[in-house]
Design a protein around this ligand. Structure first.
Ligand code: MV4
Length: 445
């Protein structure tokens, strides 16, 4: 097992990794920017190294500084968390070249899923259902037009280097295709330095349901059931839950097997997630694979009673997985508490937390790095806490969440707590009656 892990991240996920390392008897090294010198991850780690200025490009994305910190402290592994360098194959390769274990998949696995057209081709070969569309990249506007006529409108244009919505255009008729194609290409070129665009049939009002998987270095792959992440706003997830209220035992079995096929197709090693679109008839289609631990991993941990970070570290250290699949025995819902004003278009609200009371009690888990007096810096993402409510049924989990939200006191900044309180009372949400379009029509009272 590793003796010392450097955590190349900040905020709640850095703390989350430190907690598991402590339980496993592994020493930890925090890295931090000057803006984060008073952060809890710096205090809770065994050692901490300042690696640069506030801008991410000069700190949490600065590979030479991070490698220097790992070498100075003699860390034998690096945990990348999520975001920042978690899906950067160059960073994974540099770790490999320096004899420091990157806690995640190999650079080749990251690359094979990072390019969406390649990923889709791999999935077709593996027999995983994908959204009907044209195989490969679009070659020209004429190619796009002909393809759209073949598939039938509406279609969606996506960037092969994309993911998470950037460079995406829905096209409803031939009149729009030329402009959408040009815009998607320009946006992809500007965002990813790669203007490759592909086309799919647009699935209307889908659900976003993802399957957690784990694979080891010996070719074993298992699934750990699903998370429903349909409650999103501008491709930012706000609420996740497991099990999905739309799931049936039959669909779980089919999607679980498809997810295992997907991960096995690239000999996947580490924990990862296969994202699917699910239409109203319960047809499901591979969308992308996330080759990292995700923000919402906690809902899975709660329903299967399993520490996913511990599993990820053990896999990286060469341990075998049990080979069993895991099924939800509880219901868990996660609300992301962001420093944003839900009454003003979710505008960021950084600043000092003057008063703080965090909820607790039966069935409530809080993963957070903030404390009274903490100043939320404006440089990074706005998530300041995750509340996870766990109960035997969905109804009880929603009631536990409502109760926990009502105890939460955060003064000095605006937060998404009022949004979540209203969502938990929404009739359609309570019925499990929602798709990825739900928040487009949701209005704050
Ligand atoms: C789609 C789609 C409908 N049809 N693809 C959004 C992010 C990126 N991962 C893919 N996305 C979508 N792809 C087809 N063929 C609808 C979306 C989509 C979406 C997906 C999941 C969660 C929220 C979403 C919000 C808008 C659009």
């Amino acid at each position: 097992m590793f003796k010392k892990i450097l955590i190349a991240n900040r905020g709640e996920i850095a703390l989350r990794v430190i907690r598991t390392c402590r339980e496993m008897g592994i020493k930890t090294v925090a890295i931090y920017s000057t803006a984060d010198k008073d952060s809890l991850h710096v205090r809770f780690a065994d050692e901490a190294v300042c690696i640069g200025k506030p801008a991410s490009s000069e700190s949490y994305l600065n590979i030479p500084h991070i490698m220097a910190a790992a070498e100075i402290t003699n860390a034998d592994a690096i945990h990348p968390g999520y975001g920042f360098l978690a899906e950067n194959s160059k960073f994974a390769q540099i770790c490999l070249d320096h004899g420091i274990k990157f806690i995640g998949p190999t650079p080749e696995m990251i690359n094979s899923m990072g390019d969406k057209v390649t990923a889709k081709e791999t999935m077709i070969k593996a027999g995983v259902p994908v959204v009907p569309g044209v195989e490969g990249l679009l070659q020209s506007v004429e190619h796009a037009k002909a393809s759209a006529n073949e598939i039938g409108y509406p279609v969606i244009l996506k960037a092969t280097a994309g993911g998470g919505g950037k460079g995406m255009r829905v096209v409803w008729s031939e009149a729009e295709i030329e402009k959408s194609y040009d815009n998607a290409k320009a946006e992809a070129a500007a965002s990813f330095k790669n203007d490759g665009i592909y086309m799919e049939k647009f699935v209307e009002e889908p659900r976003h349901i993802e399957i957690q998987v784990a694979g080891d270095q010996f070719g074993n792959v298992c699934h750990l059931s699903e998370r429903d992440c349909s409650i999103q706003r501008r491709h930012q997830k706000l609420v996740e839950e497991s099990p999905s209220p739309f799931m049936t035992p039959e669909l779980r079995e089919k999607m679980g097997q498809a997810a295992i096929k997907a991960a096995a197709a690239i000999n996947y090693e580490s924990v990862g997630t296969i994202e699917f679109l699910v239409d109203k008839h319960r047809n499901f289609y591979f969308m992308e694979m996330n080759t990292r631990i995700q923000v919402e991993h906690c809902v899975t941990e709660e329903v299967i009673n399993y520490d996913l970070i511990k599993e990820q570290i053990k896999i990286a250290a060469g341990h075998k997985i049990s080979g069993n699949n895991y099924y939800p025995e509880m219901h868990a819902i996660e609300c992301r508490i962001n420093a944003e004003d839900p009454y003003n278009d979710f505008r960021p609200s950084p600043g000092k937390i003057t008063v703080l009371h965090q909820p607790g009690g039966h069935g409530v888990r809080i993963d957070s790095h903030v404390y009274a007096g903490y100043v939320i810096p404006p440089y990074y993402d706005s998530m300041i806490a995750k509340i996870i409510a766990v109960a035997r049924t969905r109804e009880e989990a929603i009631d536990t969440m409502s109760r926990a939200l009502s105890e939460y006191v955060i003064e000095g900044i605006k937060t998404t707590i009022p949004f979540h309180q209203q969502l938990m009372r929404n009739e359609d949400f309570r019925k499990g009656n929602f798709t990825t379009k739900f928040l487009e029509t949701f209005k704050m009272q």
